[in-house]
Design a protein around this ligand. Structure first.
Ligand code: HEC
Ligand code: HEC
Ligand code: HEC
Ligand code: HEC
Ligand code: HEC
Ligand code: HEC
Length: 409
């Protein structure tokens, strides 16, 4: 059965449609499972693209002029736009194509650089100009070969992982009736299951054609995204409620990293009362007059420490912009994005500069900011890394966002 809805003006009668809101005219394709074989295969197992990721990007790359209501775009066609335009929680892979250099000091020839390869997970998608990472041969803290990294390293293209009525994750069982990623996703029932969060792969997984890669040992994370998730955050955050398991899921490929990078992370890295209080009062460098009801920022997310989807969904519907209360914990995505970001080490904000704003503006090579702060980016590019927030949301000279939790500035 073909279940692609081409636009808001098309209406194909299918019982599956009742599970999606009309408001954003979202196309449906995987619907929590796989999708029409012919959209990815000429004849199975031959793929339409040169490789798996190129097959995905046929639909998942967006161009300038395509509205962000095409939620599922996670890469920008750089031929259509100098800016990486997509603003989903995982980030825009286009940053992998952005190489920056700048003088180490004014007037000096010696330069520093921020290479595209350092901006994220280098998916190999040859039809779209994405090649393997040139820095790492394998995942830091693990053995996953960089040359095998693709969309299907992390997402199961056949969407077989499903969430059952009792919360169990399985690859077989009741049919998947819809995506399980959203606040408005249906709940699984005895004879119906929903897709796992973002079709992420779980225990026992490796792409069939890649027997060389390590097999996943941890289940997909528990999380719920809002139905509108690819948007500018100029006047409000896109709040994914992360429940638990994201760190453990990243450790499928980065098992030893915890000891290499010393920050506490995962279910045991629970916020102390001091950190809860810092997070809730912190507005910007020098301003600690905020409060619980409005303190949340998606630039510094955390897990609420629950595996219970009913609770996570309720929280997703009710938390608004309120900040942490007890029992929340740090996860890998508190500091990193999952796909790519505008900064080194795929971090959510720049850790390599003393200030992330300059005289009340986002530093850029086109607005007289010091080269050491602009680091080769235009002000508009820097604004995109802030998901189009306003520089005036921050201090005139804002320090890095470790301070959101640690409140030391
Ligand atoms: C979203 C894209 C997508 C859709 C839809 C899709 N496939 Fe695939 N399929 C892939 C990719 C990517 C691979 C390669 C997996 C690998 O490299 O291990 C693959 C591999 C396969 C293989 C060989 C290896 C394996 O995993 O079993 C078979 C058989 C297959 N697909 C059948 C199907 C059938 C039948 C359908 C329709 C019910 C389908 N696929 C739908 C993307 C897709
Ligand atoms: C024919 C177009 C098409 C192709 C090919 C395609 N996708 Fe999608 N994808 C979509 C659309 C449309 C959505 C949003 C609606 C939905 O989830 O059904 C989506 C949503 C997703 C989501 C979010 C799903 C959720 O339930 O949260 C993921 C993850 C995803 N795609 C990954 C992939 C991967 C990986 C591939 C390649 C193996 C791929 N897609 C190939 C069109 C496509
Ligand atoms: C290293 C693992 C990894 C790779 C590789 C990866 N993804 Fe994802 N993807 C994730 C995770 C984790 C999320 C959830 C991010 C979040 O909620 O913060 C996600 C989210 C998504 C979403 C939902 C939008 C968003 O950003 O939250 C889509 C669509 C998607 N991925 C498609 C793709 C496609 C297409 C590719 C290949 C071009 C790809 N992913 C490669 C891990 C990965
Ligand atoms: C399927 C395996 C896989 C999973 C799952 C995975 N990674 Fe990676 N990761 C890799 C590989 C391989 C590299 C090295 C190649 C590269 O950077 O593209 C890497 C590199 C990185 C880097 C360095 C990026 C850079 O460019 O400097 C960071 C940071 C990172 N991963 C964080 C994460 C986080 C956070 C998660 C969970 C959301 C995660 N990884 C999940 C395989 C994975
Ligand atoms: C508190 C913030 C924070 C958390 C939480 C965090 N990281 Fe990082 N990570 C960083 C910073 C900052 C760097 C850059 C370190 C440097 O330059 O020495 C980094 C570097 C990395 C790198 C590349 C450098 C290396 O170590 O080889 C990888 C890969 C990585 N992190 C993965 C992860 C994964 C996976 C998790 C979860 C298990 C995680 N990080 C949790 C802040 C964090
Ligand atoms: C999402 C909140 C959060 C963010 C963001 C965060 N931390 Fe932490 N940090 C914690 C928690 C929770 C602990 C463990 C509890 C404790 O020791 O106070 C911790 C502990 C630490 C510690 C050891 C204990 C201490 O306070 O001396 C250091 C050092 C540290 N963090 C540095 C950083 C740096 C550097 C960054 C930015 C790259 C960062 N943190 C970002 C929450 C966070």
């Amino acid at each position: 059965m073909k279940i692609i809805i081409l636009s808001c003006h098309f209406f194909i009668l299918s019982p599956l449609l009742f599970f999606r809101p009309a408001a954003f005219c979202q196309e449906i394709f995987h619907n929590g499972g796989t999708g029409d074989c012919q959209e990815c295969h000429t004849t199975p197992p031959a793929l339409i693209g040169s490789d798996a990721s190129s097959t995905c990007l046929r639909c998942h790359q967006g161009r300038a002029g395509t509205p962000l209501t095409n939620q599922h775009h996670i890469a920008t066609d750089t031929a259509s736009s100098p800016l990486c335009l997509q603003l989903p929680p995982g980030g825009d892979f286009c940053w992998l194509k952005k190489n920056y250099t700048w003088p180490v000091a004014e007037g000096m020839n010696f330069t520093l650089s921020s290479k595209g390869d350092n901006h994220g997970h280098n998916i190999v998608a040859l039809d779209y100009g994405y090649g393997p990472d040139s820095n790492y041969a394998v995942a830091p803290g693990g053995t996953y070969p960089a040359s095998s990294l693709s969309c299907i390293s992390c997402h199961d293209p056949h969407g077989s992982y499903r969430r059952l009525e009792d919360g169990t994750i399985a690859t077989t069982g009741p049919p998947i009736i819809a995506s399980g990623s959203y606040t408005d996703s249906p709940d699984p029932e005895t004879d119906k299951s929903v897709g796992v969060y973002r079709l992420l792969a779980g225990q026992g997984y490796h792409p069939k054609s890649s027997p060389e890669v390590p097999v996943f040992s941890s289940a997909p994370p528990v999380a719920i995204a809002p139905s509108r998730y690819n948007r500018a955050e100029t006047s409000g955050d896109t709040r994914v409620v992360y429940g638990s398991g994201m760190t453990e899921w990243c450790q499928n490929c980065h098992p030893q990293l915890n000891s290499a990078y010393k920050h506490p992370v995962g279910s045991s890295a629970v916020f102390t009362s001091k950190i809860i209080s810092n997070y809730n009062s912190y507005i910007s460098s020098g301003a600690a007059t905020g409060n619980y009801t409005s303190s949340y920022t998606s630039l510094v997310p955390y897990e609420i420490g629950s595996k219970d989807y009913t609770l996570v969904k309720t929280r997703a519907a009710t938390l608004g912009s309120s900040g942490p209360a007890g029992g929340v914990n740090v996860m890998c995505l508190s500091c990193h994005r999952a796909h790519a970001s505008g900064w080194d080490n795929m971090l959510r904000w720049n850790m390599n500069a003393e200030f992330i704003t300059y005289e009340g503006a986002f530093p850029g090579i086109d607005n007289n900011s010091p080269a050491q702060l602009a680091q080769g980016r235009t002000a508009a590019e820097t604004a995109k890394t802030f998901y189009d927030r306003l520089a005036s949301d921050y201090a005139r000279f804002q320090r890095n966002l470790c301070n959101k939790c640690h409140g030391r500035d």
